[in-house]
Design a protein around this ligand. Structure first.
Ligand SMILES: [Zn+2]
Length: 377
């Protein structure tokens, strides 16, 4: 957890935006400084803006509570991916009960007396290929080993296929994990064991979140959820349509030029690099449904199709777009923001989530956002 900014600093950033822009919701977190939240909530209320508490669910809670990490196909703990302080990309197993209990205890002990309108649940997933092959080839902890048997999935067959991918076996060199096609957020593979495996992981994340969602709803809190873009969500255990039953809104992360975890070009490149010995991007162009995936910034038509397939999801969508600028991993410009907003506005979305945070957004990007989302009299 990083040292948070002072309230004065936050107010000086927020007030001009709350005055000039059509802001509906504010997502804030995380810090254990209760007073900071209370002050921001008071400020937001004056503008009729809802405040959501940002909470990491299957990551980062280990800073405060004992947790159970993911175990990979070779029996090792999945390695973390370090990006910056307070965001360690260490992931925990959804099948270990203590990981849900620890998460809810953190909320109860630190945040439950603060009058938030809702909670915004982030890191509701397994690792992606950002954490290497191990990130996706997990989990094989004792609880999960029992769960595969109960779900009728052959753990032996899974381990054989994972070993073959790791060895660069010829059959797997034509496309990542032997993908045959991609449609509506789902892949078909040459070996159907992969479909069983990923569908199973999606059920595990859903089942993990079901009681958590109920706990917050019983407290009268609304729920927002952070997800990957569908083409990556699939590999990390996120069935966005299923998750939407447990949420009031979904924020799919459509980060078209972020060169870090959750960035579309980054996750795409990691998928290729981790599954193929020669990770040529052209491989994707031969997979039906993936022809346009790729590019830096990521192809706009592909991004639009990713959102369009989510339009059947029963809750409002607020795609996350970058307004931050961090050299060299997010080289955003006002032009880039305008292009993305104009294109995605043609899809059935409720609004945008200006990501991934206000603190790292430069003035020229904020001015552009104010122009695009200014209050209409
Ligand atoms: Zn496990």
């Amino acid at each position: 957890m990083e040292e948070p900014p002072s309230y004065e600093r936050l107010r000086s950033l927020l007030e001009p935006l709350l005055c000039n822009m059509n802001v509906e919701k504010l997502i804030m977190g995380w810090s254990t400084k209760v007073e900071l939240y209370q002050n921001v909530i008071r400020l937001a209320k004056r503008y009729g803006v809802e405040v959501y508490l940002w909470l990491p669910v299957l990551s980062e809670t280990g800073l405060l509570k004992p947790i159970g990490r993911l175990i990979d196909d070779e029996g090792n703990e999945v390695q973390t991916f370090g990006l910056k302080n307070g965001e360690n990309f260490e992931f925990y197993c959804p099948n270990q009960k203590r990981n849900a209990a620890g998460f809810l205890d953190i909320y109860d002990e630190i945040f439950s007396d603060i009058p938030f309108d809702g909670v915004f649940l982030d890191k509701i997933r397994y690792c992606s290929f950002s954490n290497g092959k191990s990130g996706v080839f997990s989990c094989f902890c004792p609880e999960c080993q029992k769960a595969y048997a109960a779900a009728g999935i052959s753990q032996e067959e899974l381990l054989v296929q994972m070993k073959r991918v790791r060895a660069g076996d010829g059959d797997y060199q034509g496309s990542p994990l032997g993908i045959k096609s991609y449609q509506a957020g789902k892949y078909r593979f040459a070996n159907p064991i992969w479909e069983e495996f990923f569908a199973y992981k999606q059920r595990c994340v859903y089942e993990f979140l079901k009681p958590i969602s109920k706990t917050f709803r019983d407290k009268g809190l609304k729920i927002g959820m952070d997800t990957f873009s569908p083409f990556t969500a699939y590999f990390a255990g996120q069935d966005i349509a299923a998750l939407s039953e447990l949420a009031d809104f979904i924020k799919p992360m459509m980060y078209r030029l972020t060169g870090a975890p959750a960035g579309m070009p980054w996750e795409c490149e990691r998928l290729l690099r981790e599954t193929l010995t020669k990770p040529f991007p052209e491989v994707l162009s031969r997979i039906p449904g993936m022809e346009n995936a790729g590019g830096m910034p990521f192809d706009l038509e592909f991004v639009k199709s990713e959102i369009e397939q989510l339009s059947a999801v029963g809750v409002p969508l607020y795609p996350g777009i970058e307004i931050n600028r961090i050299e060299p991993i997010a080289r955003t410009t006002p032009e880039y923001i305008r292009e993305t907003v104009n294109a995605l506005s043609q899809t059935a979305i409720q609004g945008f989530t200006l990501s991934w945070d206000l603190m790292s957004a430069p003035p020229d990007n904020l001015e552009e956002a104010a122009r695009l989302f200014g209050r209409r009299e």
